[in-house]
Design a protein around this ligand. Sequence first.
Ligand code: 3PG
Length: 401
Amino acid sequence: MSEQLKDFLTIGDFDVEGKTVLFRADLNSAVIDGEVQMKERIEENAKTIMELSEKKAKVVILAHQGRAGRDDFLPLEQHAQLLRNFVVDLKYVEDIIGPTAREAIKNLDAGEVLLLDNVRMLAEEILKKSSEAHAKSIFVKKLAPLADIYINDAFSVVHRSHASVVGFPMVLDAGIGRLMESELSALERAVHHIKRPCVYVLGGVKPEEVFDVIDFALESGKVDYILTTGGIGNLFMYANGMIPMKVDNDLLESVSRAKRIQRRAGTKIKYPWDLAIELDGKREEIPVDQVKPNQPIYDIGQKTIEKYSEIIKNAKTVIMKGPVGFYEKEAFAKGTRDILKAISNSKAFSLIGGGHTSAAISTLGIDRSKMSQAHVSLAGGAFLRYLLGKPLPGIGVLRKK
Ligand code: 3PG
């Protein structure tokens, strides 16, 4: 599906001064030992929030954290604290639709910002319903009358038909935030206005996602190279008899699919020439044909980095999804770091996405602002669905009416 910015109203199209703006942000972040990690999502959403506040809007933030039943399902108190690094006077209430939240919204002055609690604490939020049905929820009925405008800046949740994503734009004037603008324009450019040669760099450990991306790219006829890395690269090499590997029964179907994709992709698909294994706790690089059964393969080797970097250098479009190696271990971060460097140095327009890939960029301390020709998407599931041309319910409802 192609999303063009001209189909949407942006913040610039509204006179927000003195208006109450319901602002859907995605502040969902990794949680380690109960502590919310400061992530780009918080920083990037804060930029749009500050713009609205400077334009004297009364900003009410709707956001979620985690999923019910999981350890990362938390109230948004810590997010409020993290947001205060950017929006100093941000107010926070432990309420979403109750009297405390509604009073706090009514009492906002122009330029003030209020964060409500985790919207997923409302059972209604995640009910599997259409946007029309969500628009009739108690959640929407309680808050929409207190607001003038709805802005969604959370591209990373637009694949969810949740009340805070699809319900409010049915009943309020709605538009997209700055982060959503940059996500949509980068995806539009990389996926629908592809300049050739077009290179996909695919890694990570989720085979089915990667297979879907490859199938879709091959179908489009607009991909020139598919560079395999990470766990998925190993699976492809195993499927093609290049390396031995212990494969559980639940991966057998993936092995068959990898073989089918190889036949379809022909020489467009590339595999590593050498790999980094862990030997006595250290990194050791060996040619692919020397890998022995049960050796832990954690990264691509130097020769592969150079060959892949050359292909990336000559590309006009690069789409990267999934880390190249086990980057969390410093000894095996080289592949991911060097391939990102190659993308950064290339003149190609690059789109980098998938939750783990953007996490790798921050873990490795790579400065995203220096990747001038690259867009790093902050989305996981929504990014994937966009790449696969699947509908995104939260986007459809934001189109100009
Ligand atoms: C994400 O982290 O991708 C978004 O916040 C959506 O979260 P979800 O997968 O729990 O819906």
